[in-house]
Design a protein around this ligand. Structure first.
Ligand code: 3H9
Length: 675
């Protein structure tokens, strides 16, 4: 078995079993077959008294192999292998570095002892794939860490540090970094003769209904719409009530329900979509990147400040430039305040705050950007002003520096044409708040050099963004798809729907908020012509009356001091007034019509974006909507959802309202397939 990812070595009377299955030691068929064979070897050899299970490369087993899901199972399956490890009649010690995740942690829980280096992370992130730890994890974990910790770990899916795991008894011994194998061998030596062998499944656990109920309540909002968290909780509850074997049966049933449901399919789609998004078609993955040691940001407003924080947090020096001293001081002050707020919540240490702030150089002169490797312009959306700034940058920036605009709509090629180096120019469209939102649209201009694009995509990963390549078109991917939705939402108001109804349909669908709630949050006045006497739309009428949204305490809704919204009688009057003046008959609008006109239209626009090559692949469009706009991940993004909803149904719905159908969407519908 020379090409097996599993190798064994006898050291004295201990068998060291090593898995080497890059990149993440997923527990694929080859690994399982090899582990099974190693157990057989250890069992047959009387000279072996204990087994150490360890992984080579960057990590311990990071889980079951997700690419195998949905395919016919290959034996031995994990749910048989782990009980076999647990039942083994010689002690098995799991030695953990990197990440022990999902099936990986479940394997470690099947072992009799666990050793880890302090930098290791342990967790069961299955819930993020719409699943639950289905190889005994929901039954073994609570028996080790208790009900409360098991609820947190399974239903939220965030990993814990090895140090925390040690405190909770999930790790028996911490090893010094670099001394993992030696520590595991020493432990094996110590425990090899101890009987009975400690088996997690034999531990008892008491019910804790109060903790379970409290956890459900506390997290109801966070879990809204998702199936998997409730299933994880139910399994932990089962662990407290049922004998181990029955708990395992319960877990299996729940796992299968999730595995074959649409939510897990959607969430697994996004797992791979996110990783695929970083790959640029037609550019070699080993292309030489430009070094980025220093970044310049122009504009210290909300966007500029947020963008700056991303780099400071990643340890990259930033020079931030504003025109006026007051604005500069205000911007730097906000950055500091944000960091200090994180420190107050315990997310950062004071040293980390000072380290980040120490990397920041405020300036009032563009000339100070001459040594920057990347310069990001984050001033307001005006083509003439942007062109002027890029013209100046052309004279200041060093040769080879990358020049980026944070524009959300404007033509990046036109901006690039104001320089003598369009090959160095692209768009970096951050989403507000830029230090929080994970999405980055990287806009590839007609002349953007390959290494410039590749450098920015790689840099995005460093600053913890999910980057998607977009082409030059009005609004790129995300905002372009927002437009038909907004147009239709406004028309629906005129025809008889209310802001509350339209928003409710979107929230029930799983969006964090509907179009009018979003408008109130962002500012109804964004893009308004600023002439209160010129009233040509409902929006104009709202703005003329100072109803600019939450910041004014009134917009499409009325707000109290705590910004709680209530439907506004005044807005109802304004809408009524418009309707009667345009002689539009009022009619009952169904929720389904709202879906057809505000969501199906987005799918249609997404299909046009694909046809025009403005996105590389349908899954990139999904990533944009999940990470930039809060599309419910359990619906997999608009293009994946189109497949769930049925493309023929979508085309039929669009036709009903007279929309022009994208040829690509029509083709998909013809074949009754998704994107
Ligand atoms: C499970 O265990 C179910 C069981 O409870 C029940 C069974 C019955 N499988 O993220 P990266 C690929 S469910 C297959 O960029 P990083 C990934 O696609 C599983 N492939 O690296 C990528 O491929 P490519 C529970 C996987 O260093 C490459 O590896 N476990 C898997 O930033 C590198 O990945 C999880 O959910 C996998 N399990 O982060 C953990 N994992 O290069 C999922 C990764 O072609 N994994 N790949 O694009 C992770 O969270 C991160 O990958 C990890 C490394 C933190 C490990």
């Amino acid at each position: 078995m020379s090409d097996s990812p599993i190798s064994t070595e006898k050291r004295g009377d201990i068998l060291i079993v090593t898995s080497n299955n890059p990149p993440v030691n997923a527990l694929g068929a080859g690994v399982r077959v090899g582990l099974d064979a190693a157990l057989t070897q250890a069992s047959a050899d009387d000279g072996i008294k204990a087994v150490v299970l360890i992984c080579a490369g960057q990590t311990f087993f990071a889980g079951a192999d997700i690419t195998e899901f949905g395919k016919p199972p290959v034996e031995p399956i994990l749910t048989d292998l782990i009980p076999k490890i647990e039942a083994f009649d010689k002690p098995v010690i799991a030695a953990i570095h990197g990440t022990a995740l999902g099936g990986g942690l479940e394997t470690a829980l099947g072992a009799h002892y666990r050793v880890a280096v302090p930098s290791a992370k342990l967790g069961v992130p299955e819930v993020k794939l719409g699943l639950l730890p289905g190889a005994g994890g929901t039954q073994r974990l609570p028996r080790v860490v208790g009900v409360k910790a098991a609820l947190e770990m399974t239903a939220k899916g965030d990993p814990i540090s090895a140090t925390q795991a040690h405190k909770w008894g999930l790790v028996d011994e911490l090893a010094e970094e670099g001394a993992l194998l030696d520590t595991a061998l020493a432990l094996a030596e110590k425990v090899k003769a101890i009987r009975p062998i400690p088996r997690v499944s034999e531990r008892t656990i008491s019910p804790d209904d109060a903790a379970i109920e409290a956890f459900r309540k506390e997290n109801a909002r966070k879990f809204r719409g998702f199936d998997a968290p409730a299933a994880n909780i139910a399994c932990v509850e089962a662990a407290t009530r049922l004998p181990f074997a029955e708990g395992i049966d319960f877990e299996r049933t729940e796992f299968m329900k999730l595995m074959f449901g649409s939510q897990s399919a959607a969430q697994r789609h996004i797992f791979f979509a996110e990783r695929k998004a970083s790959k640029i078609d037609g550019i070699a993955s080993d292309i030489a990147l430009r070094p980025i040691a220093k970044v310049g940001v122009i504009g210290a407003g909300t966007m500029g400040g947020g963008i700056t924080m991303n780099f400071l947090s990643a340890g990259i020096a930033v020079t931030i430039v504003e025109q006026a001293e007051e604005a500069l001081n205000r911007g730097v002050g906000v950055i500091r305040k944000n960091y200090e707020a994180s420190a107050a919540k315990g997310r950062l240490t004071t040293e980390q705050v000072e380290k980040a702030m120490g990397l920041l150089t405020p300036s009032l002169s563009l000339d100070d950007l001459s040594d920057c490797d990347l310069i990001i312009e984050a001033i307001f959306e005006n083509m003439d002003v942007k062109k002027e700034v890029f013209g100046k940058l052309d004279a200041i920036a060093k040769p080879g520096a990358i020049l980026a605009s944070n524009t959300s709509y404007l033509n990046v090629d036109e901006i690039a044409a104001s320089t003598s180096r369009p090959q160095d120019v692209l768009g970096m469209h951050f989403f507000s708040p830029a230090n929080v939102m994970k999405l980055l649209e990287v806009v590839r201009g007609a002349n953007t050099a390959d290494d410039v694009l590749a450098t920015v995509m790689a840099l995005a990963k460093k600053i913890k963004k999910v980057a998607v390549v977009a082409g030059v078109c009005h609004g790129f991917i995300g905002n372009r798809m927002l437009m038909p939705r907004q147009v239709e939402a406004n028309k629906l108001l005129m025809e008889g729907a209310t802001p509350e109804q339209i928003d409710r349909v979107h929230v029930e669908f799983g969006m964090p908020m509907g179009p009018f709630q979003m408008s109130d949050l962002a500012g109804v006045d964004i893009g308004w012509h600023r002439d209160p006497t010129r009233i040509e739309s409902i929006r104009d009428a709202l703005c003329a009356e100072d109803r600019w949204g939450q910041k004014k305490g009134a917009g499409f809704y009325d707000y109290d001091e705590k910004r709680n919204p209530t439907p506004s009688p005044r807005v109802a009057e304004i809408i009524e007034d418009f309707r009667s003046r345009s002689n539009m008959p009022k009619r009952e609008i169904s929720d389904q019509e709202i879906i057809e006109r505000t969501l199906y239209t987005m799918v249609n626009e997404g299909a046009m974006i694909l046809e025009e090559g403005m996105a590389q692949r349908a899954s990139d469009v999904d990533v944009v909507w999940i990470y930039g706009y809060g599309w419910p991940v359990y619906r997999g993004g608009p293009m994946f959802w189109a497949g769930l909803e049925g493309t023929p149904k979508i085309v039929e719905g669009l036709k009903k309202h007279g929309f022009t159908i994208s040829p690509l969407l029509a083709e998909k519908a013809e074949k009754n397939e998704g994107f």
